[in-house]
Design a protein around this ligand. Sequence first.
Ligand SMILES: *Cc1c(COP(=O)(O)O)cnc(C)c1O
Length: 399
Amino acid sequence: MSCTQFTKDFTQQESIPQAGIDKALEIMASGKLHRYNTAPGEKGEAALLEEEFAQYMGKKYCLSCASCGSSMYLALKSSGVKPGDKVLCNAFTLAPVPGAIENSGAEIVLVDITDDYTIDLDDLDKKAKSSDVHWLLLSHMRGHIANMDRIMEICNTRGLTLIEDCAHTMGAYWDQKKSGSFGKVGCFSTQTYKHMNSGEGGLLVTDDPEVIARAIILSGSYMLYERHTSRPDMSVFESLKTMVPNYSCRMDNLRAALLRPQLADLDTQCRRWNERYDRLALGLKKIPGLFLPDRDPREAYVGSSIQFSLNGKSEAQILEFLSKCKEQGVELKWFGNKEPVGFTSAYESWKYLGQLPDLTNTRRILAVMCDMRIPLTFTLEDCDTILNIIEQTVKTILI
Ligand SMILES: *Cc1c(COP(=O)(O)O)cnc(C)c1O
């Protein structure tokens, strides 16, 4: 057994850029943390962040929210999902996604996945044929982007409205077009483990003036929507203002202040993630017994985490592999766990949804899928140490 030991923390983020810290201190000293606590004509940090993120995404409008979960909920509600409607969703995703659908009163229709960890397009098309299905909440889970050309074709042919969950694809592209700019609405997370970090937070983008107006009112604008600068003409709000409830899930100026300098650095950070990801992927692909699906060349991903499969290995072998890696400081997660733990979740654990379909491919694929965070506090040499540990451990366990 190799005695290599890895000692860095898999949940250690980089610090917030100094400009964000300075601005946050200034806001705290002023006491004006609430986004609507602005002087006439003054733009608060939340409004500025929205303008800048809309511009980054090449979208007309952006709304900042309390979380990505709440932004998905607002996206569903403001694009017209009603209680009892059916919403398609890939079964490999994170708990806040089915949670947002449940919160909207809609019924989730889970779609199978394929060996490259993306949505099964044949199963999607089959389920979208049903005349009472009009929505797709597509989760680009762990940054894996499905063939968006085919997704758009299916949406157009079957009359589906697409909403994208881009919690792991902020800064990513499909065929030169930004992830989150394909659907009616794109939803992003600024929770600590995503590509920008404000602790909690969400961003929603759209080109649709009615959708953004509804989302702004739903987010809890207290009839102060005029203070949003990423919004359509005030007349759009007129017919909506008394017909749309207030769900109070706004972002505040403090978090927006932390995010604005991070947005300016986002593309650089994405390149840094990919240096680490590509180093790890290249090494992992060489290890016998590990399987990493090939990625479509049109997918410009952001490798903030990495997944691989231990195909053909038993639960006992996988558990032994994980525990030996952990002993040496390499923290891997496993989607095959019978019990939902930490940030992994298998669809079978969402029992509150009622009767769940038997998605044999999703179950087979998740049963052997491992998952590792790639914090930017790791160096390329750290990646080599991790590879070394994984390689040695696979050898001793999986013969
Ligand atoms: C983190 C995450 C979300 C939700 O983000 P929150 O901001 O924590 O609500 C949604 N989808 C995926 C795939 C995620 O990983």
